[in-house]
Design a binder for this molecule. Structure first.
Ligand SMILES: Nc1ncnc2c1ncn2[C@@H]1O[C@H](COP(=O)(O)OP(=O)(O)OP(=O)(O)O)[C@@H](O)[C@H]1O
Length: 345
């Protein structure tokens, strides 16, 4: 079931939570809504769900206008940050719940319910724990049960609000790989909210980056990284080093430093910065002093200072490169950007 958000807006009194926004989510697509706190992610998700009414615009599922359809009749599965399982029910009964409360005419037989629940228990790899109560499960296991419960009624659309927000980092990472694999298998249409860049990029087919009630860009994770459409998206997706200067004849200069550029401000990702003991033979001259070298597991983070820099730069070097180069504090080196970004200011 595809979802069409057509010029949807939402105001709360004087606050515009969502400016007129349009978006099309394809059938079977997994779309992440990513943005800082207050950017309108939850408002958009709640409007798609029917938990909130838009001030303007329409929501369509396929070609059916759902704007006036009650949440109960939208055939949506929900997963929230706090799993909110029924504490007095076993895992099995939690998953079966939505099927047992369906109107009699639509309700499956007990045997068909058991088959579906057992199938889901198998999918979420929790069959041996079917008889346990939620309190006897880990956070990650509880969230898998919450997901199975949402999927049991075979919803047309699955909506998730910070589904892994309450879990610790390692479990979060495992959960998103698991959810990605589950989605590849079951292909439900899914929209989820997160403020975690890594989570959005790893899990989504496309990510909508939001700010101040607008979608700044919606694209595949790769396209967002390679071609961010503005400074907000670029900065929100990761750290960067800033170089500001005077532009003349395709050369951007600040103090003794210069590099070829087309605008007066360029930004460089830490992993796009190489360091050498000799200056580059081309038109780049970026002398910097090593201020700190910190090992971060697979990478080494090098802090760089220079009189021509407003703020220190950082380079992120793969461990084997750092091992070869063996930079030490206080050493003078030369930075070489492998890739530059520039945005109209
Ligand atoms: N019921 C409400 N009444 C008044 N203002 C609201 C209401 N709900 C949301 N807002 C405002 O609308 C804006 C967007 O809120 P929303 O919850 O959609 O943001 P969000 O991106 O989901 O943030 P977070 O990550 O903190 O949950 C915020 O400025 C918020 O204060």
């Amino acid at each position: 079931m595809s979802i069409i958000v057509d010029q949807v807006a939402r105001r709360f009194g004087d606050v515009t939570a969502l400016h007129p926004t349009s978006l099309e989510i394809r059938q079977g697509e997994l779309v992440g809504l990513l943005g800082p706190s207050g950017s309108g992610k939850t408002t958009l998700l709640r409007i798609i769900a029917g938990l909130e009414h838009p001030t303007a615009g329409r929501i369509l599922f396929g070609d059916r206008d759902m704007t006036a359809v009650h949440v109960r009749h939208r055939q949506i599965g929900f997963v929230f940050q706090h799993y909110a399982l029924f504490r007095h029910m076993t895992v099995f009964e939690n998953i079966a719940f939505g099927l047992r409360v369906q109107p009699r005419a639509q309700r499956l037989s007990s045997q068909a319910i058991a088959e579906r629940v057992n199938g889901l228990l198998d999918t979420i790899q929790l069959s041996p724990l079917a008889k346990r109560l939620p309190a006897q499960l880990s956070g990650g296991q509880q969230q898998r049960v919450a997901l199975a419960r949402a999927l049991a009624v075979e919803p047309k659309v699955l909506l998730m609000d910070e589904p892994f927000g309450a879990l610790d980092t390692q479990v979060r990472v495992e959960m998103r790989r698991w959810l990605r694999a589950l989605h590849d298998k079951l292909k439900f249409t899914c929209v989820f909210v997160t403020h975690d860049q890594e989570e959005a990029l790893e899990l989504s087919d496309r990510v909508a980056v939001m700010s101040h009630g607008r979608i700044e860009q919606i694209d595949t994770p790769t396209a967002l990284y390679q071609a961010p459409s503005n400074t907000f998206v670029f900065n929100f997706l990761g750290e960067s080093n800033l170089f500001k200067g005077q532009l003349a004849d395709g050369l951007l200069t600040c103090g003794e430093a210069y590099l070829p550029a087309q605008s007066t401000t360029v930004q460089i990702r830490p992993y796009d910065l190489g360091l050498d003991r000799q200056p580059d033979a081309s038109h780049t001259y970026l002398p910097v002093d090593i201020h700190d070298v910190v090992s971060l597991g697979a990478h080494v983070r090098v802090e760089l200072h220079a009189p021509w820099l407003e703020r220190p730069w950082h380079a992120l070097l793969p461990h084997h490169i750092a091992e070869q180069q063996r930079f030490t504090r206080g050493e003078r080196v030369f930075a070489t950007p492998h890739h530059l970004f520039s945005f109209p200011m």
